[in-house]
Write a protein of this length. Structure first.
Length: 349
């Protein structure tokens, strides 16, 4: 791999899907409304200082991130793959509410990614005086073209950049709805910290096989259900969920290190589900830590019922990983096999 020369284009593609960052204030009504991102260079003249040219692609219509879905993730993959050889990197402007889901989905849908795909946005519109959007955008563009002496990109991953931190996309979770520090990777270190200089943490960054090209996946099977345990959970409601014929997997959000109440009916229904071929993955309700179902008896019983440990995976990554695997495999044993592996840096096993 040392003799591989990465061919650079000197170009980055900026994809605007929607979100707060692209809102402008209507001078007549005072209301926030999306502006045409083709006017980006006029609004942010600093873009012209980048040592690369920036092309733009705008979704039409633009998408509120609350309306993001698997069809639109596939559209993003097609945009990136169709222009893959023409750009050194890609920056996706996206609303914050589902950004971690989109970053996770793209990390699985873009197998063997060899170029940066950086999602960013803002908590305030880019035209407002105190906006965080300009710094997030400019740093993301710089990171998308940052490269080593041999031309290889510094961070060939799907990432989220926010508030001076470059994070692995499928490890990210939105942690704050109001502050600029919107995202964090609680179970994985930052890939880069942006201060006066970019400080890259190379040993935490994935290294793809540059001799292979990216392998896109467009299909997702969204027949997944996320179920949070809580004191007082009712049998009839849970039974209705697992009796749905379309259901193929459940992400069950448990207490602490993967524990559940010792309710005979709960274990019975979970066993019935796994026996039918439904994949059940145990993810902790805690933002930090690891699922260890052998630590307490309340977790061990779930393991005996056929529940898989999600280890330190996020809900966002577990859901989107299951969607991809379900589209690729009809055999539940194959899905369980790959859910127990790290396939895109999403989990520590």
């Amino acid at each position: 791999m040392n003799d591989y020369t990465f061919k650079r284009t000197g170009k980055v593609l900026l994809i605007y899907t929607g979100g707060t960052i692209g809102m402008g204030r209507n001078p007549r009504t005072g209301a926030l409304e999306p502006f045409d991102f083709k006017l980006l260079l006029e609004r942010i003249p600093e873009v012209s200082l980048l040592p690369a040219s920036v092309d733009t692609y705008q979704f039409n219509p633009i998408i509120d991130s609350s309306d993001m879905n698997p069809r639109l993730w596939a559209q993003l993959v097609r945009i990136i793959v169709s222009d893959y050889d023409n750009y050194d990197g890609f920056v996706v402007l996206h609303g914050t509410d589902t950004m971690a889901y989109t970053a996770s989905a793209l990390s699985f849908m873009l197998e063997n990614l060899t170029k940066p795909v950086i999602l960013t946005g803002s908590q305030l519109p880019i035209g407002q005086l105190r906006t965080d959007g300009k710094e997030n955008l400019m740093s993301s563009l710089e990171l998308a073209i940052a490269h080593k002496d041999d031309g290889r990109p510094m961070v060939p991953e799907v990432c989220i950049f926010f508030n001076g931190k470059l994070l692995r996309g499928n490890r990210s979770t939105k942690q704050n709805a109001d502050g600029f520090d919107a995202f964090e990777t609680f179970n994985y270190p930052h890939l880069c910290d942006a201060g006066v200089n970019f400080v890259f943490h190379d040993h935490h960054i994935m290294e793809p096989d540059y001799r292979r090209t990216v392998v896109p996946h467009y299909g997702l099977d969204p027949n997944v259900f996320v179920f949070s345990l809580f004191p007082g959970i009712q049998e009839n409601i849970f039974r209705h969920v697992i009796e749905a014929r379309e259901l193929r997997s459940i992400v069950i959000r448990t207490y602490g290190s993967g524990n559940a109440p010792q309710l005979p009916w709960l274990l019975r229904l979970v066993k019935e589900a796994t026996y039918r071929g439904i994949t059940v993955v145990n993810v902790s309700q805690c933002v930090t830590g690891n699922v260890e179902m052998s630590r307490y008896d309340t977790g061990y019983q779930l393991k005996e019922a056929g529940v898989l440990s999600g280890h330190d995976i996020t809900v966002e990554a577990a859901v989107t990983k299951l969607m991809l695997l379900q589209s690729l495999y009809s055999d539940p044993h194959m899905i369980r096999n790959y859910m127990s592996r790290d396939i895109a840096g999403e989990v520590t096993v």
